[in-house]
Design a protein around this ligand. Sequence first.
Ligand SMILES: CC(C)(COP(=O)(O)OP(=O)(O)OC[C@H]1O[C@@H](n2cnc3c(N)ncnc32)[C@H](O)[C@@H]1OP(=O)(O)O)[C@@H](O)C(=O)NCCC(=O)NCCS
Length: 173
Amino acid sequence: MTVLSTAQTAAAEPTGVRIRSLHRNDGHVLDRIMAGMSSRSRYQRFHWQKPHLTESDRRFLTDVDGRDHIALVAFDGSGDPLGVARAIRHKTDARSAEVAAAVVDASQRRGLGMDLVARLARKAAGAGIERFVAHVLAESGLSAALVRHGWHVAGREGTVNMLEAPVWRLAAG
Ligand SMILES: CC(C)(COP(=O)(O)OP(=O)(O)OC[C@H]1O[C@@H](n2cnc3c(N)ncnc32)[C@H](O)[C@@H]1OP(=O)(O)O)[C@@H](O)C(=O)NCCC(=O)NCCS
């Protein structure tokens, strides 16, 4: 588990944040992150009004192997989960992976999401992944923020923007 000192964290990021790889038995951790997200945040993450994770969601989201499915989870100093980011390698293009992230509402916009993605990018680069792809609701304003952080809009599918970024650029943080 990585322990971030105050000096290593972004200025506004919660102090004492610990980040580690998600484990296969972390389903309850994902439930707690879901519980800390508003219905709006859950909608932005899953693109529909998902109230909670099902058993099958938990199985899929914890089916990590550190290579084709890499996930990192962040905790505060008390051990409460703050957020998760994952990359799942595309079956049709082994050099690219689909990225998704979720941070509990109380800890959003404090730099944690980008920190998780940067760390994820470093791990993904080590597994031979060169490009991250993310699908983001066009209405959310998140696309514009991601473009400011090194992503570009590669296409649009209905109400969803498809964004891409080279892993090396995200890994630089
Ligand atoms: C998207 C998410 C993971 C970002 O995590 P975070 O910790 O809030 O992100 P950061 O604090 O690192 O912010 C990074 C940038 O994104 C912006 N941002 C974050 N959430 C945003 C939102 N919902 N709409 C518009 N911009 C947003 C921040 O303002 C910041 O931009 P800036 O640096 O140019 O000011 C988090 O907001 C979240 O869980 N949202 C709900 C789920 C979701 O939308 N997931 C993404 C699709 S898979």
